[in-house]
Design a protein around this ligand. Structure first.
Ligand code: AMP
Length: 293
């Protein structure tokens, strides 16, 4: 039987399903990788020979990248740390943010790790991270590995506490659990194969720089406005920009100047309100595709 041909070009592994799947694919699209023609659930998509995407389980991606099955990948930082894979964490991405916490039942007298009795049982889907954390804290605990649904473990007598990923903490509340410690802050990360990174003229550093520029731009907007010249100092203080706003004369209108600056997405509404009060006109807010800083 013929084996399937290896995916061509630079191979990027991304989660095929789960929490990180959609954002990972969207990030690669914004980086300019044309994904036309890829079909959901295919093992890989060939992006014109230069890149190919391998769709994999998020937890397998660190080892794929370590072993060179993929040259790069996007997965959770928690999964990289749990696997102990020897990969380069090239970029921390701004999605998939969560924390690995230790939690006890709400009714438990335990307030902190220091209160745990020797031999306390910790149920977790992250046995390696959890084991390392407790031995680092000098606490001899018994790690009970589970593949999921850890929240129930303390209520049915399997464990005294759990470690689990949380984002808002509402699942913990629903399951009447109280966090006592944060073991790890996690987010999606862009990881790279260490050997491949050393290669001369490799397209991998170029891809990392491109992904970084998309990330830098994603929470920024380009603001343009015409501001009364007499209010320029206030406007300048309001929109400091990356290296100061660009200020231009407007032909035939000595009373106004045009001001351009990069501003944080979260600040846009507040800035517009103040600019209007200063008498600004023609306020435009534009998306930025890439920002190379
Ligand atoms: P999946 O099980 O495929 O949905 O992926 C789980 C991965 O998504 C985790 O290992 C984390 O890296 C990431 N993640 C982000 N936010 C959360 C969350 N609130 N709970 C669990 N996993 C999360």
């Amino acid at each position: 039987m013929d084996s399937a041909p290896a995916p061509p070009g630079l191979r990027i592994a991304i989660p095929s399903k789960g929490r990180l799947a959609e954002d990972s694919l969207a990030l690669l699209k914004r980086t300019g990788l044309r994904l036309g023609g890829y079909e959901e659930r295919r093992l890989y998509a060939n992006l014109g020979g230069k890149y190919s995407i391998i769709f994999a389980r998020a937890e397998d991606i660190p080892i794929f990248v370590q072993d060179g099955v993929a040259d790069a990948g996007i997965t959770g930082y928690d999964l990289v740390m749990e696997s102990s894979a020897k990969v380069e964490v090239a970029l921390r991405l701004n999605f998939g943010k969560c924390r690995l916490i230790a939690a006890v039942p709400e009714s438990s007298p335990i307030q902190s790790v220091a209160d745990l009795r020797p031999g306390a049982r910790v149920a977790t889907a992250f046995p390696n991270l959890t084991g390392r954390f407790f031995s680092g804290s000098g606490k001899a605990v018994e790690v009970v590995p589970l593949s999921g649904a850890t929240e129930i473990a303390p209520h049915i007598g399997i464990a005294d506490l759990i470690t689990d990923l949380v984002e808002t903490g509402s699942t913990l509340k629903t399951n009447r659990l109280r966090p006592i410690e944060t073991l790890l802050e996690s987010s999606a990360v862009f990881i790279a194969n260490r050997e491949r990174l050393k290669g001369d003229g490799d397209p991998l550093p170029e891809l990392i720089a491109a992904v970084e520029s998309v990330m830098n731009a994603s929470e920024k907007r380009y603001l343009m406005a015409n501001v009364p010249r007499k209010a320029l100092d206030e406007a300048r203080a309001l929109v400091p920009g990356v290296s100061g706003p660009t200020i231009m004369n407007i032909m035939g209108n000595d009373g106004m100047v045009a001001i351009h600056a990069v501003v944080g997405e979260a600040e846009v509404n507040g800035i517009i309100t103040v600019l209007k009060r200063l008498g600004a006109t023609g306020i435009l807010i534009l998306p930025i595709e890439r920002m190379v800083v």
